[in-house]
Design a protein around this ligand. Sequence first.
Ligand SMILES: Nc1nc2c(ncn2[C@@H]2O[C@H](COP(=O)(O)OP(=O)(O)OP(=O)(O)O)[C@@H](O)[C@H]2O)c(=O)[nH]1
Ligand SMILES: [Mg+2]
Length: 311
Amino acid sequence: MSEPEITEPQIAEPIDTSCGFIALVGAPNAGKSTLLNSLVGTKVSIVTHKAQTTRAQIRGVVTEGKAQIVFIDTPGIFAPKRRLDRAMVEAAWTASGDADMVALIVDAERGITEDVEALIKGLENVRNPRILILNKIDLIPHEKLLGLAERLNGALRFDATFMLSALRGHGVKDFLDWATAHIPPGPWHFPEDHLTDLTLAITAAEITREKLFLRIHDEIPYNATVETEKFTIQKDGSYRIDQVIYVTRDTHKKIVLGAGGQTIKSIGADSRKELMEMYEVPVHLFLFVKVREKWSDDPERYREMGLEWTK
Ligand SMILES: Nc1nc2c(ncn2[C@@H]2O[C@H](COP(=O)(O)OP(=O)(O)OP(=O)(O)O)[C@@H](O)[C@H]2O)c(=O)[nH]1
Ligand SMILES: [Mg+2]
């Protein structure tokens, strides 16, 4: 009988990297997407002056030294009415439940609204560390900020409070440094140069949706969705992108097209310009408008957006 081979005991390599997920939650329009973009240092999530711009979880990755933080931008949390609203709010709460830490973003100018009160109640159930971020400090005097921070900390225990301007970038680094120092040890989830997990096709659809929000007023953008049907990298390196804007009514389609197709043309031009700057290649963008009365009841549309469809 041969001697059993003696092997050295295996010692696991000590992990010297850290990695964590931080969900950014808040009322609609609080500045979550602006903050995500500022943290990542490039535009990952679309931003408009209108509430309910973000519709699903959008991940942005920041890798600094040995630490990697995955920030999750979420749809604003409000009292939902429609199925789409419910799915959006659900996506935000799911993100905060799954993350290692949750940051509540409050628009300091608006202060403690009903939506913020509901968020505070909901966050009582979140066990992981909670961070309070007072955003838009460029809009209000410093004295008011301290009172607001005190009242919010009185309503819920936060592990840290930051006051910043996501738009101007003031104070964002302090938050990032704190987050970097407080995330748990662990292997990275993404390669070092990775900024987001969004595909080119989804990013392109989001950029067009942003232009739709900016260009068309009233309720139409809230009842519309944009999908990239085809994304082709052509032989000459240029991108050909075919997208459909789904609307719910023929009257909406007419408005999105505009007289002589002027409106859709300018939405397309704005989107194409930004996509070219983003990808640094020529972009050929083809936009179509389709009426699909019940798109917001269609599970397939939710899957495209990265949302759960619930009955
Ligand atoms: N003055 C000022 N405006 C800001 C700041 N941060 C965001 N904004 C503005 O607030 C508006 C909403 O910003 P978003 O980042 O889209 O807000 P959001 O929380 O992602 O909104 P939803 O996706 O709709 O929930 C935009 O017009 C931003 O330019 C800030 O620090 N100062
Ligand atoms: Mg947003």
